[in-house]
Write a new protein. Structure first.
Length: 338
């Protein structure tokens, strides 16, 4: 069965492609290579020992999408990762985010409906919740006004899909709200490839550990939490990838109760920045140089998932402990610096 994975050479996309291929799906990747590298395809092929088709397409080009589906009219499902995702960049250049993340989604959905291929998985984010009123966060938590244009494109993206599922009953869609994806494939053949100075905590920690960065800046230790640092739900990227296969199979096997569902994907456990540092020092057997810096604009204090719905309905749970996920991140960092 042929599955289209857009953004399939990205961090979560590439790990999901591996899981799909290893479950004998035929995968075609669309990626514009704006935030990834074709070398990732080699890693995927090495891990799976299978050929995976890749087409370099910019999803803002509606004609190119139509041409793609003329060629691949036998696509049975789509997992849509392709989007710009740097929170800070989205504040500086919002129109790039609204165009790239939303017009491509609309074009993709229109083409899928035109060819009657309608199993659609959307890559969303816990960022849609903003500062939730209570943790753990359930799928019914209030969607607060987005704190960044990036977060807004995830909220609007979900609304576009929800309205489309209501208007076009033949469309079957699931939005997956990720918490904080971390780590790398155990083969160290694929992993996260941040461009420039990493914005996210784990790649900054691993780059500090290998001496690329002098020290980690902890963005504030005066929050109302046990140790004063922010709490997040760090989910191992391979566990997250497996959840996408489960969600896709829920649609393909028509197990979904309605034609639009939403699932939180996390571990259900919150870890503070200091706890991540302690965990990292444990697995790396080295001290991590860090200093306490001022708070970062837009950071929420606590975000971790209530995973009951994904556990019970998707039949999926994240099993990998933080220490193990961090070890894969460190091994990957050392591998790419060899
Ligand atoms: C985690 C914690 C920081 C870097 C972002 C996006 C979200 C999703 C995941 C795409 C926070 C602290 C970080 C550093 C630090 N991306 N930190 N020093 O902000 O929770 O989520 O990435 O969907 O949409 O918003 O992740 O890794 O940036 O930060 O102290 O150098 O680590 O303050 O508490 P975040 P993060």
């Amino acid at each position: 069965m042929k599955i289209l994975v857009t953004g399939g050479l990205g961090f979560i996309g590439s790990h999901t492609v591996v899981e799909l291929v290893q479950k004998n799906y035929e995968v075609v990747i669309i990626d514009d290579l704006s935030n990834s590298d074709e070398k990732v395809l080699d890693g995927i092929k090495q891990i799976t020992a299978k050929d995976v088709q890749f087409e370099k397409i910019d999803l803002r080009d509606r004609g190119a999408i139509a041409d793609f589906f003329d060629k691949h009219s036998d696509v049975q499902g789509v997992i849509h990762f392709a989007a710009s995702k740097a929170v800070g960049e989205s504040v500086e250049d919002p129109l790039i985010y609204y165009e790239n993340n939303l017009s491509s989604l609309v074009y993709l959905l229109k083409e899928l409906l035109a060819i009657g291929r309608t199993n659609f998985i959307f890559s969303s984010s816990c960022t849609v919740y903003g500062e939730a009123d209570q943790v753990p966060i359930t799928e019914e938590a209030e969607i607060k006004p987005a704190l960044s244009p990036y977060g807004n494109t995830k909220q609007i993206g979900e609304e576009i899909i929800k309205d489309s599922c209501k208007a076009y009953p033949e469309l079957n869609a699931i939005s997956l709200r990720y918490f904080n994806p971390i780590g790398a494939h155990p083969s160290t053949l694929i992993g996260e490839l941040p461009i420039g100075v990493p914005q996210n905590l784990i790649p900054f920690i691993t780059q500090t550990a290998v001496g690329l960065r002098r020290e980690l800046s902890v963005f504030g230790d005066d929050y109302p939490t046990e140790d004063g640092t922010c709490i997040r739900d760090y989910i191992y990227v391979v566990d997250l990838a497996k959840a996408h296969v489960k969600a896709l199979e829920r649609l393909i096997n028509q197990k979904a109760s309605t034609n639009y569902e939403v699932f939180n994907l996390g571990t259900g456990k919150g870890s503070s920045v200091m706890e991540v540092i302690q965990s990292f020092e444990r697995i790396s057997e080295q001290k991590l140089p860090y200093r306490i810096a001022s708070r970062r604009e837009g950071d929420v204090i606590k975000a971790f998932a209530d995973t009951k719905k994904a556990n019970q309905v998707l039949g999926w749970s994240s099993e990998t402990p933080l220490d193990d996920a961090l070890l894969t991140a460190l091994r990957w960092e050392k591998k790419i610096r060899e």
